[in-house]
Design a protein around this ligand. Structure first.
Ligand SMILES: [Zn+2]
Length: 131
């Protein structure tokens, strides 16, 4: 199966596009968590952000900022969320950033695993040495 995002990039599939530049496209998610749920995708087919140029990632972040501003102006939002799943967890193997309005009591949330603060200190140190 050809990547549906690449088909949208090549204009071989329809999408509700809200912004397009040389390097990226932003479109409405077909299965939104809340109205205004947008996907920002680089035009290059890569599953992981460490394989995407810093220039394109910077452009994506700037667009995410504009989208957040627009969501605040259009909807009476309590907040917003931005997510990107990479590698094996990236649908279609084509990186895409979710950005969507969030509201108190909309059911979208985060589950925190049990863990000790000491354990977190070791995790932080290990990551600090690699970043
Ligand atoms: Zn693709």
């Amino acid at each position: 199966m050809e990547c549906p995002f690449c088909k949208i990039v090549k204009k071989e599939a329809n999408a509700h596009i809200v912004c397009e530049t040389e390097n990226l496209i932003a479109l409405l998610d077909i299965d939104p968590i809340n109205e205004g749920h947008i996907l920002v995708i680089p035009k290059v087919h890569k599953a992981s952000i460490d394989n995407i140029s810093v220039c394109v990632l910077t452009e994506i972040m700037k667009l995410l900022q504009k989208i957040v501003t627009a969501l605040k102006e259009i909807y009476n939002i309590d907040g917003y969320s931005i997510m990107q799943n990479g590698g094996e967890f990236c649908d279609f193997g084509h990186a895409h950033f979710h950005v969507f309005p969030s509201y108190k009591n909309d059911g979208f949330g985060w589950k925190y695993p049990e863990g000790s603060f000491e354990c977190s200190a070791q995790i932080a140190e290990r990551l600090r040495n690699k970043i």
